[in-house]
Design a protein around this ligand. Sequence first.
Ligand code: FMN
Length: 222
Amino acid sequence: MTLSDLDDLLAARHSCRAFRADPVPRADIERILSTARQVPSWCNAQPWQLVITSGAETDAFRAALMEEVQRGTAKPDLAFPSGYSGVYQDRRRTCGWALYEAVGVEKGDRQGSAAQMMKNFSLFDAPHCAIVSSPAELGGYGAMDCGGFVTAFTLAAQALGVATIPQAAVASYAPFLHRYFGIGEDRLILCAISFGYSDTGHPANAFRTERAPLAEFVEWRG
Ligand SMILES: Cc1cc2nc3c(=O)[nH]c(=O)nc-3n(C[C@H](O)[C@H](O)[C@H](O)COP(=O)(O)O)c2cc1C
């Protein structure tokens, strides 16, 4: 294996916001999980737990989530960012505009952007959804370990031609998710990963995001 193999995998992966309906075989999902679990975690605690839906279970969850969203009960377990300022605000806007431009939502079209945002809760029509949680007692470090797991999941999936999108938006309905999936209150629900096969011709999948040069995030000493 060479570093350029990893570069190719990282370059090929992107967040998918329109999926085909056909399911991913269980053996492939298990293969993705077996790879993702190899990530490091503090004390090797491996704090990630996943509930993974398929088929009719995904459709039932999608319907129930969309109903819940209408009730406006959002209350994430892990506090959402209190703000995005400076360069973080710039990057957030750039990726938001790229999405809206791709799907034909014009600047200032609040209804259009809200409709696109709502697609989070239909899981972008994905045939599968994984709900990722971590023990509350592990705090931010459990969440950090799970972040590594989520990234590895997306890369392993990409290697099998499976498209993914991590979704904090879904985790904002944590009280509902705890109830719906019977996830104990001793766990923090961190995010969802919707996954399946990409609807490659869909405009929502037609843009790519950029990354900052090293000089923007590294301070060399010595
Ligand atoms: C923890 C996490 C949560 C995210 N939540 C959402 C989300 O709720 N909705 C969404 O459309 N994208 C979500 N994303 C996708 C990011 O917007 C995306 O990774 C970023 O813009 C970079 O684009 P790329 O994944 O295509 O490279 C999330 C990504 C991560 C890692």
